[in-house]
Design a protein around this ligand. Structure first.
Ligand SMILES: Cc1cc2nc3c(=O)[nH]c(=O)nc-3n(C[C@H](O)[C@H](O)[C@H](O)COP(=O)(O)O)c2cc1C
Length: 363
């Protein structure tokens, strides 16, 4: 049996295999005009090609729940009903190519308003379409502008924005919603004491730092259908054992295990186990740098876990499933190189790929 190509049913959704397209920003939406931040022809071709290439689930890239929550002015958004029809086309294109359409809902927090990476990245100036950034505390990502510390009303507004975005994602036809709480973006920046020094109910203890994440899960669950899966992407560690400046702890695997248990109680079905990007840090060079944490998290938390990071060899992906490290794998850059990575992996492993009928009868 090739576990990698076995279906997985989560709530009422059956995902045809365990090779999933990781959310990856393409910074390809238009930044002004009536179709601002809406999926366009580029997105249709990009996601449909990978869906037709055999992935079981295609997770659409980080999509802003608010305009100021975009990483760049060219990110997708789902903060307005006018954006729903374009998302419906994208979700349909993915589903028509046989994959389950998912969408990652995101707010970039203090790492928002950045230039596209191939133009060098870095903050976008206000006169070039940039905007002021927000975060739990007025602590900047090193080298970036200082965020405004959010008020409780701001937090309530963001939580509501997540629910409204999920409602629109549902109307657009996405089957899976993923909450982005990784990579130093808004929710992760609340979780980690390195970026959160609040003294109210949203800072201090682990319970307080996790509060906004659980509120977002509750808010999204309240509008997201009971029979549809909700995933949570987290950074399992900041890769900073101890913050040398003032002795504050960083976000660690042990915190992620506790959060994963809480997340399940708040309706999350799967933890997507990424890592890092809250602060510049030394990340181990090992191939299993991140999948190792997925395995530890899965063993300790008892939740469904997807592994991600440097998975490019089909045999390695299959072994992660076979040895119980993960329930599925998210593939990122290997799918940028090869849209048919999933079907090619199936061939390499002697398993059956998932070809669309237009190809299946002919290959
Ligand atoms: C171009 C690019 C864009 C990315 N955008 C996102 C994103 O929108 N949301 C997210 O959670 N991770 C994002 N990531 C991280 C990937 O989803 C993935 O976790 C990471 O690339 C490691 O997997 P890989 O080694 O298979 O590429 C991005 C990565 C790349 C290379």
């Amino acid at each position: 049996m090739t576990e990698l190509f076995e279906p997985l049913t989560v709530r009422g959704t059956t995902i045809p295999n365990r090779v999933w397209m990781s959310p990856m920003c393409t910074y390809s939406a238009v930044s002004d005009g009536s179709d601002v931040a809406a999926p366009n022809d580029f997105h249709l071709a990009h996601y449909a090609a990978r869906a037709a290439g055999g992935v079981g689930l295609a997770m659409v890239e980080a999509t802003g729940v608010l305009p100021e929550g975009r990483i760049s002015p060219y990110d997708l958004g789902v903060w307005a009903d006018s954006q729903i029809p374009a998302h419906r086309r994208l979700a349909n294109a993915i589903a028509n190519a046989g994959a389950v359409p998912g969408i990652q809902l995101a707010h970039a927090g203090r790492k928002a308003s950045m230039e596209r990476p191939w133009l060098g990245g870095g903050p976008v100036a206000a006169d070039a379409g940039g905007w002021p950034v927000v975060g739990p505390s007025a602590i900047a990502f090193p080298g970036y502008p200082e965020p405004a510390a959010m008020t409780v009303a701001d937090i309530e507004g963001v939580v509501a924005a997540w629910a409204n975005a999920a409602r629109r994602a549902q109307e657009a036809g996405y089957e899976v919603v993923e909450i982005h709480a990784a990579h130093g973006y808004l929710l992760h920046s609340f979780l980690s004491p390195l970026s959160n020094n609040r003294t109210d109910n949203y800072g201090g203890s682990l319970e307080n730092r996790a509060r906004i994440v659980l509120e977002v899960l509750d808010a999204v669950r309240s509008v997201w259908p009971e029979d549809k899966p909700m995933f949570l992407r987290i950074s399992t560690t900041d890769w900073v054992a101890e913050y040398v400046d003032d002795g504050r702890e960083a976000w660690e695997l042990e915190d992620s295990i506790v959060l994963s248990r809480w997340a399940r109680e708040h309706g999350a079905d799967l933890i997507d186990a990424s890592s890092g990007a809250l602060v510049p840090a030394k990340i181990p060079h090992r191939e299993d740098y991140q999948t190792r944490n997925a395995a530890l998290l899965r063993a300790a938390s008892g939740t469904l876990v997807a592994a991600v990071g440097r998975i490019a060899d089909p045999a390695v992906a299959q072994e992660l499933l076979a040895n119980g490290s993960a329930d599925a794998v998210f593939i990122g850059r290997a799918l940028l190189r090869d849209a048919s990575w999933a079907n090619n992996a199936a061939s390499a492993l002697g398993a059956r790929g998932r070809f669309i009928p237009q190809y299946d009868y002919a290959v």
